[in-house]
Design a protein. Structure first.
Lengths: 347, 286, 270
């Protein structure tokens, strides 16, 4: 269990700057996630923590000890790669044992550790098999086992669930959460799936092009996004964005827009916070329905109004049809204001 | 704290052994030979004398050198052209799968695998004027290796036999890299076989053809083994290539200075040819 | 092209590739009088006298042993040094990687005639003339570009993440190389070894220049300089050719798939 600190870390690959002056602290035993779209640099940050890459400038500390130049093997970190990176020529047993062999662990203890880890992850029957004989989920568990077997100080995971099918992904997500609760190893997780990040993490850093857009608990990031990028990235379905001026005529938006005094603003409202209904209310926005998405639990409705599109939620039974007009009702509290130019949230 | 120097240190021990070996056996000799070419050096007579450009001037007036250069150029041009044409034909033939294809591949590799010296002696035997099987099959009495007119072409035929498989295999790999869909699209667009070949296959294959040309030109230009054993450079120096002439000057008359000068010309020609092809290649892939 | 046309063409190609060697084989089995009397093509009597003659009457077996030692030694050395260098080029960040590979490629284009005189002088000066070690070292130098080129390609095929995983699991770069990369590249190592072996076995110019007696002479030199007092012993030469070619021929036929893959890999990628 270690505390991690990025101290003004910069990483350049030739002409491309992936991270610039990056500062961050991750606490003991925390489950911390780097969340962002592809190419935002999150995997690079993980590689820097592992020691696979070295920073161009700046330092990395584990528990106040400078590890910037330590080889990966000396940092006591464990890593699960997106492709699992199991050793194809070794059996499951040998894959699990490999990290311990490198530390010259005595045979008896090694054997016991492998057995123990196999038990924890349900791999007991598979010890003699080679990776190519395993299913995706099984390989994933072997990768996890290989990482956990030596009780590392830091546990790094690079999109470990993205190669699994939907159901397996959810199962493994629970497994990861359970493991973390039990072992409390400082974990740094990388993903582009915001739902996954929200479900697993103590804290999330939302990244865009190597820069932290916001760092906070899932709750904070969801309820109080720092800027438009975070607001749009987190939450499913994504937030609606509408020009503020056009909506002045609609209460309760008018009240909400008062503090803006003439600034060019954009309004953001989550589809979950817009109620769609067939009956007419003076206080609602009336839009023509263009699309209906019944998903079993919800009925999402996409409406068109003054050239803008917005999505809201209706009761599953509600009688709505494409082409008709419906009310899109906003509730006052869950309306966000963003500066159009900078994207920052105004409050 | 920064990476580059540390990482350079990490890879050095891996690169060093091979690097030292290469430097010792290839780079150093090339530098040394440039120096040698400026000397008059005779180990037997114990002579070592710097003569500067005198060797190169001697080159210009050396009729035998020009003869060797002409022979080498002729040999290279004809061999490479034939090998390319035949190799392409073979590759097109082998492209489609058929039962026993693996066996044909293996057989086609034989000329490549046979040692060059053995190739030369095999063909020497076949070319034999009195007992050779070629004269027998042709019902002729041609003195293949004894007449200046025939000897060079005999050597070329032998080299074509030996090197075409290599060309064919490379071009075959290139052909297999062209997606089948392109041919389907061409046939849907109404192209004939010849048009498809000219406008789809050939252009896509061109970069590889250039690579093959470079490799074969270099190999043909520096040819030594096969011709030396087949004809020894005769008759009347009609098959004497630059490498053979250089070898004779070096190891028969033991003139290490002038022999090195001759060897340097081979190097220069190859460098020139490579530069030309590289320019063509870059022009294509740019 | 019609089926028959293709079949004929293929048969011709196969025959063309096989014929010279086949003829040499036939000649080696013909008794002397039959060799110079053509027709018939095929021998009326088969004799092994020529083979007996070269194995007992000439240093042929010694030459074969020399060839074997030189080719094996070169293969081991070139593959070992080449693998180390290829590993660095494929998996470690080497800054001037493309430059190094280009340099390696350029070196492979040097004509042997251009390096034979300097090397001869050095080998002579070191007192290594007519030794096998001189050949092994020279051949290794010339096989290295091929080995490095091929092995870099093969090592590239092993996913980077597996190398990273080994490092994170506590291996030094060399341990990761030895315990993970090498086993996973075994097919590539074999292909490279076969190609280097064949090329070394067949080499002529350096062997001719650096050796003087049967102490270090290799088969190609022996075959080129085959002694003939009054008449050229075509039967013996044929037998020598067949015997000298047999090992590499068997290698080529047995591993042709690997060989083709190795030869085309470098050029096609390019």
């Amino acid at each position: 269990m270690a505390r991690i600190r990025f101290d003004s870390v910069t990483k350049r690959f030739g002409d491309v700057t992936v991270a610039q002056d990056f500062k961050l602290e991750i606490a003991h035993g925390e489950f911390f996630t780097f969340l962002g779209p592809s190419g935002c640099g999150k995997s690079t940050l993980l590689h820097l923590l592992a020691g696979i890459e070295m920073p161009t400038a700046g330092d990395i500390y584990f528990d106040d000890r400078r590890v910037t130049e330590l080889a990966p093997g000396a940092r006591d970190v464990a890593m699960v790669f997106q492709s699992y990176a199991l050793y194809p020529h070794m059996s499951v047993y040998e894959n699990l044992a490999f990290p311990l062999r490198n530390r010259r662990t005595p045979a008896a203890r090694l054997d016991e550790a492998v057995a123990q880890t196999a038990r924890t992850l349900g791999l007991g029957d598979l010890l003699d098999r080679k990776p190519r004989e395993l299913s995706g989920g099984q390989r994933q568990r072997v990768a996890l086992g290989r990482a956990l077997i030596r009780q590392p100080r830091v546990f790094l995971l690079d999109e470990p669930l993205s190669n699994l099918d939907a159901r397996l992904r959810l199962e493994m997500r629970e497994e990861l959460k359970r493991l973390h609760a039990a072992q409390r190893i400082t974990t740094v997780y990388v993903t582009h799936d915001q739902e996954e990040a929200m479900a697993l993490s103590d804290r999330i850093a939302v990244l865009q092009q190597g820069r932290i857009q916001q760092c906070g608990t899932p709750e904070e990031i969801y309820r109080a996004p720092a800027n438009r990028f975070v607001a749009e990235f987190v939450g499913n379905p994504p937030m609606n964005f509408l020009p503020a001026d056009a909506l002045r005529g609609i209460p309760p938006l008018a009240a909400r827009l008062v503090p803006s005094n003439g600034r060019d603003l954009v309004i953001g409202v989550r589809p979950t916070d817009i109620r769609v209904q067939a009956s007419a209310l003076d206080t609602a926005l009336q839009a023509k329905i263009v699309l209906l998405e019944p998903t079993g639990a919800d009925l999402w409705v996409v409406g068109e109004w003054n050239g803008q599109r917005l999505k809201g939620r209706a009761e599953t039974g509600e009688r709505l049809a494409v082409g008709e007009t419906a009310d899109f009702v906003f509730s006052g509290e869950r309306i966000y204001l963003f500066d159009r130019a900078s994207g920052a949230r105004i409050d | 704290m920064t990476s580059p120097s540390r990482q350079a240190g990490r890879s050095a021990p891996f690169l060093a052994p091979a690097g030292v070996m290469l430097a010792a056996v290839t780079l150093f000799p090339v530098i040394y030979i440039l120096w040698l070419s400026l000397e008059q050096r005779s180990p037997v007579l114990g002579v070592t004398q710097f003569v500067g450009a005198a060797n190169y001037l001697r080159l210009l007036g050396d009729a035998r050198f020009w003869n060797a250069l002409a022979n080498t150029t002729y040999f290279t041009t004809l061999s490479v052209a034939l090998e390319l044409a035949l190799g392409l034909a073979m590759a097109l033939l082998l492209r489609r799968a058929f039962p026993g294809r693996a066996l044909v591949y293996a057989v086609v590799l034989i000329p490549w695998a046979v040692p060059t010296v053995v190739t030369a002696r095999m063909w020497e035997w076949m070319y034999n004027a009195d007992y050779g099987v070629i004269n027998y099959l042709l019902g002729a009495q041609i003195n293949w290796l004894g007449s200046p007119a025939w000897a060079m072409h005999a050597a070329i035929l032998m080299d074509v036999w030996k090197s075409t498989p290599f060309v064919a295999l490379l071009l075959l790999a290139g052909l297999q890299n062209i997606p089948a869909e392109l041919y389907h699209a061409a046939s849907v667009d109404g192209a004939t076989r010849w048009t498809t070949f000219r406008r789809v296959t050939l252009p896509l294959l061109m970069p590889l053809i250039l690579v093959v040309l470079i490799l074969r030109t270099i190999d043909a230009f520096r040819v030594f083994d096969a011709i030396y054993v087949l004809t020894g450079g005769g008759p009347a120096n009609s098959t004497e290539t630059l490498s053979i002439y250089a070898y004779k000057v070096l190891f028969q008359t033991l003139e290490f200075g002038y022999g090195s000068t001759l060897a340097v010309t081979v190097l220069a020609c190859i460098a020139l040819a490579t530069a030309v092809y590289a320019r063509l290649l870059r022009g294509r892939t740019a | 092209m019609s089926r028959i046309g293709r079949f004929t063409a293929l048969a011709l190609v196969a025959l063309w590739s096989l014929a010279p060697f086949l003829w040499q084989l036939i000649t080696s089995l013909k008794p002397d009088p039959e060799i110079t009397a053509l027709p018939p093509l095929l021998p009326a009597h088969i004799t092994l006298a020529h083979y007996a003659a070269i194995f007992t009457g000439t240093p042929f077996l010694r030459l074969m042993a020399n060839s074997a030692v030189v080719a094996s030694g070169t293969t081991l050395l070139a593959v070992a040094l080449g693998a180390l260098a290829a590993f660095a080029l494929a998996k470690l960040h080497v800054r001037r990687r493309t430059l190094i590979l280009a340099l390696v490629l350029a070196v492979s284009m040097f004509p042997p005639i251009a390096t034979v005189s300097p090397l001869f002088l050095v080998i002579n000066a070191l007192g290594l003339r007519d030794t096998l070690i001189a050949l092994i070292l020279t051949y290794t130098g010339f096989a290295l570009p091929l080995a490095i080129w091929l092995l870099t390609g093969f090592f590239h095929k092993v996913p980077d993440e597996i190398y990273f995983a080994a490092r994170v699991d506590g291996c030094t770069p060399f341990e990761a190389f030895r315990r993970v990369l090498l086993p996973l590249s075994a097919p590539g190592l074999i292909t490279t070894a076969i190609l280097v072996f064949i090329l070394s076995w067949n080499e002529f110019l350096y062997a001719l220049s650096f050796t003087a007696t049967a102490a270090a002479r290799t088969l190609p030199v022996g075959i080129a300089l085959f002694p003939g007092l009054h008449e050229i012993p075509w039967g013996e030469i044929a037998a020598a050719c067949v015997a000298a070619t047999a090992p590499v021929l068997l290698l080529a036929l047995g591993f042709h798939r690997r060989i083709v893959e190795g030869l085309t890999r470098g050029a096609v990628k390019g």
